[in-house]
Design a protein around this ligand. Sequence first.
Ligand SMILES: C[S@@+](CC[C@H](N)C(=O)[O-])C[C@H]1O[C@@H](n2cnc3c(N)ncnc32)[C@H](O)[C@@H]1O
Length: 202
Amino acid sequence: METVFPAFDAAYWQGRYDSGRDGWDAHGVTPPLRTYFDQLDVARQPRILIPGAGRAYEAEYLHRRGFQHVFVADIAPEALRALAARVPDFPAGQLLLADFFALPNDPSYDLIVEQTFFCALHPSLRPAYARQVAHLLRPGGTLMGLLFDTDFGPVQEPPFGGSKEEYRAYFAPYFDFRHFETATHSLKPRQGRELFICLKKQ
Ligand SMILES: C[S@@+](CC[C@H](N)C(=O)[O-])C[C@H]1O[C@@H](n2cnc3c(N)ncnc32)[C@H](O)[C@@H]1O
């Protein structure tokens, strides 16, 4: 069974939060995701999953807009604690302290949101990430979000970079590519260095 890479387990991630090595934290929903969320139809009440959600500003934003079926999954307790503290009325049953690779697909999701989770996984897990996202989505469901299109060099720990062409190969077996281009309106340090993706499960 696919699972977390041993070196980057729950203790590793909780330790990064505890020691303040959390430079990925944008302290709010990022502009490309906010623009996409603002176009979603709340009346449809899609089932939305945010894996590796961290402090989950996306979940907070969607919840405040009236989306009722937003699920966040993370292996670090701090991630879920922070969301619950900021948003006390967020449904406790939708805070999943769980390994993304072990999440069940019944019921499936309409939308999965990617924000600095893919880059947190050891690169050897990338094919499994694409497979698991496809497994969790219903046919026609959407994976959207941001992927670093950046070479971070030979690093020993996350974030791990990569390129558009490398990523395309992981997702092509399962998805139709609706959008796979350099993001506009990225946060300043990420400008020109990340892709906005919107992929439809075949
Ligand atoms: C780089 S952080 C990004 C957090 C958040 N998406 C953000 O942008 O602020 C990666 C997150 O993924 C979580 N994580 C790592 N491996 C995981 C796994 N296998 N399943 C679920 N969460 C995982 C970590 O605990 C951490 O909160």
